[in-house]
Design a protein around this ligand. Structure first.
Ligand code: PBG
Length: 323
């Protein structure tokens, strides 16, 4: 009979005891803050569905990033809103595109900032899909060429890590080959390996102006019902040369973060996506949840599941609380 010998409440008696036996600790160094670069100057446009997040012109982006290293935050993930969109996503791989210019400015102004770039096409295509359209669907192999060019242009601009989020088959291999062939064999790839066709990206599509103009992304992003397939996606990305992998979204997929942690000995990232963030913010604004506690509990659960790296729009407030 364990009781009364075993009383687990003993170690919960005081804050000091709880601190001592805590199994999961958050560190701002594991956070990556996603940011949205847009054209113009002095632009700081709040995103309606993502309170506290902004579309930022490059000068404002530099200001926004200035305190990232001093708060101890691991780095930033950059998305871009181009001046113009077209059928072939030219803005994505333009050497003078919005992300390429943003990276160069940040490199120059904040040399110690870690810069990750999202490599995708949906913000740059007039139809809002993540690649080249053929017969009403995204053509995988043509899209690989766009992605490889985009990743190379980001590396040339000075990105520390490139992160393909398109879910085309073979993109990690295509990007690795192109980077290596051009002298960027040291640039790591963080693969959005298990990325699901999720309703929780809704607010982001307002932020990045990337809503598909027809259909949806279910012919390339994963079915939320499939966990085994997520392991295959991760396995293949690693075989193709991914240095790190990501599960996205985070909280509805904690089981997959856990399974990936058990199975693969590589750094694992999880993306607490826009909808996860906005749900907490909306409830907090209604007085239904305490924002700070909901933020820290959600981040702790993602870390406890096994993510060593967390992409989160809460990076700054969470780092301040941890500071
Ligand atoms: C681009 C991309 C998306 C997100 C990250 N990269 C949108 C999508 O796939 O529709 C979502 C991020 C978020 O919701 O915070 N493909």
């Amino acid at each position: 009979m364990p009781f009364p010998t075993h009383r687990l409440r003993r170690l919960r008696t005081t804050g000091r005891l709880r601190d001592l036996v805590r199994e999961t600790r958050l560190d701002p160094a594991q956070f990556i803050l996603p940011l949205f670069a847009c054209p113009g100057e002095g632009v700081r446009r709040e995103i309606g569905a993502m309170p506290g997040n902004y579309q930022l012109s490059i000068d404002e982006l530099v200001k926004e990033c200035a305190e990232v290293p001093s708060l101890g935050i691991g780095g930033v993930m950059l998305f871009g809103l181009p001046e113009r969109k077209d059928e072939i996503a030219s803005g994505a791989y333009d050497e003078n595109g919005i992300v390429q210019r943003a990276v160069r400015a940040l490199r120059r102004e904040l040399p110690e900032l870690l810069i990750v770039t999202d490599v995708c096409n949906c913000e740059y295509t007039s139809h809002g899909h993540c690649g080249s359209i053929k017969d009403g669907d995204v053509d995988n192999d043509v899209t690989l060429q766009w992605l490889a060019k985009t990743a190379l242009s980001h590396a040339r601009a000075g990105a520390d890590i490139v992160a393909p989020s398109d879910m085309m088959d073979g993109r990690v291999g295509a990007i690795r080959q192109t980077l290596d062939a051009n002298g960027y064999e040291k640039t790591p790839i963080l693969a959005y390996a298990a990325k699901f066709a999720s309703v929780f990206y809704g607010p982001f599509r307002e932020a990045a102006d990337s809503t598909p103009q027809f259909g949806d992304r279910r012919s390339y992003q994963m079915d939320p019902a499939n966990g085994r397939e997520a392991m295959r996606e991760i396995e293949l990305d690693l075989e193709e040369g991914a240095d790190m992998i990501m599960v996205k979204p985070a909280m509805p997929y904690l089981d997959l973060i856990f399974r990936a942690r058990e199975r693969f000995d590589v750094p694992i990232a999880a993306y607490q996506v826009s909808g996860e963030h906005s749900m907490i913010m909306a409830a907090a604004r209604n007085g239904w949840l305490d924002r700070d506690r909901a933020m820290m509990e959600s981040l702790t659960s993602i870390a406890r599941a096994g993510a060593g790296i967390i992409l989160t729009y809460f990076a700054k407030p969470a780092a301040r609380l941890l500071g």
